[in-house]
Design a protein. Structure first.
Length: 354
């Protein structure tokens, strides 16, 4: 993944006024000061800066960005398409109102590999326990990942049975899908659900939980909220398993080079997976428009505190979690569960040791 050093950030910030003023267009003199491997991301940076003020010159930068990116990254091409539709960047409805849009992405070949590797890591990293499992799935989505994880944990002898499943998600449609799935797979377990954001209920959840799963959900709050939410949850947790996208969308401010470069890579990769190399079918198009577009537009138009996404790099997660959860809950393992040239996903395990 492209990571900008401080001197790159300085250069991009110095060149931006020249580029947005129109004195230098794509492939003009400004760009000759950018290393070749950064040109696609820089064009996205300029194009989205112009799009933020509904400047029609955004098109030229984004089209040039799409030409530089090729088929593996579709961020500039996709944002150009959104602009052609409405002329400005407008956040569509919530990304998780309809589970189908996310589920399409979660079941693509790359994400199946990623989830399979996450399940293997979880089984390898958790110690053998006896007795019954009480699990909380934070941001459970449609429950597909938990449904895959639980049989693997029991098969590997991590627990003997599943006694309680708590499903938490702010999307009523997600909770409903997850509840039907888990209740029918585990008829002997007590299956409870909450329609809520974790940060609003963390201190009131009954617990205790042998296992808390947070897959692609805890990044929906800024670092300071993550910190206090996880601190509130810590006393009820034995083990915490996270699956997250390795990206830098928390501390960088709106319109900054670091945010643009990270969004360009990670959302560009996601869009390339979803839309594929050929003209996308209706399901793929809907997944991009309903799941990815709300997040992408939020990152490109809303400041910290208002936007919906706060992905962080793995080392930042580790230090935040270690600080928030206290000395009794320690990092016990991590694994890259999907490595690609543009985006990685990783697993983290923190827990109590005897
Ligand atoms: C990318 S999906 C992941 C779903 C599922 N965990 C999986 O891995 O397939 C993110 C989920 O987190 C939920 N979510 C968003 N903000 C949340 C928050 N503040 N607290 C808990 N869940 C949240 C969304 O509604 C959505 O269902």
């Amino acid at each position: 993944m492209l990571t900008l050093e401080s001197r790159d950030v300085e250069t991009w910030n110095q060149l931006l006024p020249e580029a947005v003023s129109g004195r230098s267009g794509p492939a003009g003199p400004v760009e000759r000061q950018i290393p070749a491997e950064q040109v696609g991301a820089f064009r996205f940076f300029v194009g989205t800066s112009l799009a933020g003020s509904a400047d029609p010159r955004a098109d030229a930068w984004l089209d040039a960005g799409a030409a530089a990116d090729g088929a593996d990254l579709r961020a500039s091409a996709y944002v150009a398409g959104l602009l052609h539709g409405s002329g400005h960047l407008e956040a569509p409805r919530g990304a998780f109102d309809d589970p189908r849009a996310y589920v399409h992405f979660a079941t693509l070949p790359a994400m199946r590999v990623c989830r399979g590797e996450f399940v293997s890591f979880t089984v390898d990293s958790l110690p053998a326990e006896s007795g019954s499992l009480r699990v909380l799935d934070v941001g459970c989505g449609d429950g597909g990942l938990l449904a895959e994880l639980l049989p693997a944990l029991l098969d590997a002898g991590r627990w003997d049975e599943v006694s309680a499943i708590t499903l938490l998600d702010p999307s009523p449609a997600m909770v409903s899908a997850a509840k039907s799935r888990l209740a029918s797979a585990w008829p002997a377990a007590r299956v409870e659900s909450r329609v809520a954001r974790l940060e609003h209920v963390a201190s009131t959840l009954p617990g205790p939980y042998d296992l808390v799963l947070g897959s692609l959900s805890l990044h929906h709050m800024p670092a300071e909220v993550k910190h206090r939410t996880l601190a509130a949850l810590a006393p009820s947790i034995e083990h915490l398993l996270l699956l997250e996208l390795d990206a830098d969308h928390d501390s960088p401010e709106l319109g900054s080079p670091r945010l643009a470069a990270s969004v360009h890579q990670t959302y560009g990769w996601m869009l390339a997976q979803i839309l594929g190399p050929n003209p996308p079918d209706a399901v793929a198009r809907e997944s991009a428009d309903r799941f990815v577009a709300p997040e992408l537009v939020s990152l490109l138009t809303q400041p910290r505190g208002a936007r919906s996404e706060y992905h962080m790099r793995r080392d930042r997660w580790l230090s935040l979690l270690s600080g928030a959860m206290g000395p009794d809950i320690r990092p016990l393992g991590t694994r890259t569960v999907l490595a690609t040239p543009h985006a990685d996903l990783f697993a983290l395990h923190l827990g109590r040791t005897a």
